[in-house]
Design a protein around this ligand. Structure first.
Ligand SMILES: [Zn+2]
Length: 200
């Protein structure tokens, strides 16, 4: 991966070279966040290089790079922006909602709510919930190796954004509504040892 790149965008799955935009596919391309046509001087700027899948990079984003009236980028910059400020993931449906104009452009340009991603995020929530429970069960028995294996498995899952969204939404005021179908999970997500391992 790109060592100095601060991992931030909504989807970014650390360690397993997944696409930094959709978090689903393997990252096979190096995307120039600012297209070379717009910023030729940034062509070799390390922070302008992001690992992306060919679908997000070549088919969705291409050379699209919305800017505001002053010419400032209206896309979330994974190296400087906190995606949480711009996007909200509905855990129940797997759909991203925009909190800001930058979020709206990100959803549009990367097609973040395409069916395969929405379905994948909705399923990921259930996979993650069982992995968290497995991890907690291993912790209560002090099965350290098993805890490490489960933690590695969580980190290797696609849709790392779902993991972060679960942990972050568990502390929101509306958490009891967000997790109303699974209050035990809501309680588990507040566990400090679990948060220490999985919350970025
Ligand atoms: Zn992608």
């Amino acid at each position: 991966m790109h060592g100095p790149v601060k991992i931030a965008l909504c989807e970014m799955a650390p360690g397993h070279e997944r696409c930094m935009y959709c978090g689903d596919n393997q990252g096979t391309d190096v995307d120039h966040f600012e297209p070379m046509r717009r910023s030729p001087l940034r062509t070799f700027d390390w922070l302008n290089h992001l690992l992306a899948c060919s679908l997000c990079n070549s088919h969705k984003k291409r050379d699209r790079f919305p800017v505001d009236a002053a010419g400032s980028p209206m896309l979330i910059d994974p190296t400087t922006d906190d995606p949480d400020e711009h996007l909200f993931l509905s855990l129940a449906t797997g759909v991203y909602r925009a909190r800001t104009d930058k979020g709206r452009h990100a959803i549009d340009v990367y097609d973040l709510n395409r069916d395969v991603l929405v379905d994948g995020r909705a399923s990921a929530r259930w996979v993650l919930a069982s992995l968290f429970r497995e991890w907690e069960s291993a912790r209560s028995r002090e099965y350290w190796t098993r805890m490490d294996r489960i933690a590695d498995t969580v980190r290797g899952q696609p849709f790392a954004d779902g993991c972060q969204a679960m942990l972050r939404q568990a502390v929101l005021q509306g958490a009891s509504v967000i997790f109303e179908d699974d209050p035990d999970l809501a309680a588990l997500l507040l566990s400090e040892p679990l948060r220490a391992v999985f919350l970025r």
